[in-house]
Write a protein that binds this ligand. Structure first.
Ligand SMILES: [Zn+2]
Length: 425
């Protein structure tokens, strides 16, 4: 069963040059509003970066070093002190200062280069801090010399865009492209044309599972909506998390080929975090540790939910100003388990199925209702009223298969193929 998706927010259109595994490069960063350069004014730990007239000095050259284990994140090293560009205090707030600091492994020293199309220019990017999703920009949108750099929401305004003249996209290709088996070409084409003719806001909608993962920089956060009168032991909590991660991975594995993201998908693994549990009664949860946030008796749709200020469904801008604990405590999807519920439902908000079904199948190789509903989270359609030519059985045709088939795999990839341009991939 498909359940409908929330209203989209206005898109920012990114176009891209990326099509490769990243490599290290050293470049100046030229602000596209005033053509001043990012500059490290001293070698002191904690020095705030500023704008300065471009002069090619070491203080204006930054080395972008790919973060191992990621497909699209960089540390940015300063040449003057070999420190790292850092959002001070790991703050997620607007106007947090951008400084140099001793290098470490945390996300407030990691950045993604989001390609932005600026007329006539090449190698132009938003520089996006992974921990906050915000961009390195001059304070107050000023173009003046000595303006301090801070983080603010990303946009395509020229003052929030940098040209990296020595940007190196890395070694091309890898990870495969659109080459489905010949017997699947016709049915895949039928499916996509059906999607185009029946989805009312196909490309305007921006909360598919794809969007959620990319907004996070490569992971997914879950809330468990425990719509049940049963108690939950620590062991059951952890088994549910493990099963969720194992099943979600089955879809994510579709997007890895030859050890790389398929067709420039940025990730070779997408960790599943369970950040919250929602229950009617705290006493149902038989643990006292603080490893997950707990939400008690916050009822919507007649079921417990995690706090709306922390939910992606309710905050599609990707910022969570009223979520206690901030962005790291947000959830993208809910696993909604309801006593006595038959079948399933899925959408951008998550997946719903019977509590008994899920907990009775924790060690089943394929929790097929869950797999089907995750397909909907990533945009895939149902097939109640038609069947593509020549394919009988696949997980998105309810009841015809209990695992992800080759046809499902290519339908899934087709979604990424059609959406990836919004991320400059
Ligand atoms: Zn369905």
């Amino acid at each position: 069963m498909a359940v409908l998706l929330a209203v989209a927010v206005a898109p920012i259109v990114y176009t891209g040059q990326g099509n490769a595994a990243p490599v290290t490069f050293t470049s100046t960063a030229i602000n596209q509003a005033g053509n001043n350069c990012g500059n490290v004014p001293s070698s002191a730990n904690g020095a705030q970066l500023v704008l300065a007239a471009c002069n090619g000095a070491a203080s204006q050259n930054l080395t972008f070093v790919p973060v191992s284990g990621t497909a699209d994140q960089y540390n940015i090293r300063t040449l003057t002190s070999n420190s790292c560009i850092d959002v001070s205090g790991a703050s997620t707030a607007d106007n947090a200062t951008v400084i140099q600091w001793t290098c470490h492994a945390n996300n407030n020293q990691r950045y993604r280069l989001q390609a932005v199309s600026i007329g006539g220019a090449t190698n132009t990017f938003n520089i996006v801090a992974v921990h906050s999703g915000k961009c390195i920009v001059p304070a107050g949108s000023s173009t003046a010399n000595n303006t301090g750099l801070v983080q603010l929401p990303c946009s395509t305004a020229t003052v929030r865009v940098w040209r990296l003249p020595s940007y190196n996209p890395g070694t091309p290709g890898g990870g495969g492209g659109w080459n489905p088996p010949s017997n699947l070409v016709t049915p895949l084409d039928e499916v996509w044309r059906h999607v185009e003719s029946t989805y009312p806001n196909l490309f305007g909608f921006r909360n598919y599972g794809w969007d959620q993962i990319i907004a996070n920089g490569g992971y997914v956060n879950y809330c468990v909506r425990w719509d049940s009168s049963a108690n939950v032991s620590v062991a059951l909590r952890d088994q549910i998390h493990a099963a969720l991660a194992r099943q979600f991975k089955k879809w994510m594995d579709v997007m890895t080929e030859n050890g790389q993201g398929w067709n420039n998908w940025p990730y070779t693994g997408v960790p599943v975090r369970v950040v919250g549990w929602a229950v009617r009664n705290r006493a149902q949860l038989q643990w006292s540790d603080t490893s997950v946030d707990i939400y008690v008796n916050d009822i919507r749709e007649n079921a417990p939910q995690c706090s709306q200020p922390c939910g992606r469904f309710f905050n599609q801008s990707g910022s969570y100003p009223n979520c206690p604990g901030g962005v790291s405590h947000h959830y993208d999807m809910s696993l909604w388990l309801t006593d006595g519920f038959g079948g399933g439902a899925g959408g951008d908000w998550g997946q719903r199925m019977g509590r008994e079904y899920f907990t009775n199948n924790l060690n089943t190789e394929n929790i097929h209702i869950y797999l089907h509903e995750v397909g909907h989270t990533f945009g895939l359609d149902d097939f109640y009223d038609w069947t593509p030519t020549g394919v009988c059985c696949f997980i998105m045709k309810a009841g015809s298969a209990t695992s992800i088939t080759e046809f499902d795999r290519w339908m899934f990839r087709d979604w990424w193929r059609h959406l990836k341009s919004r991320y400059g991939r």
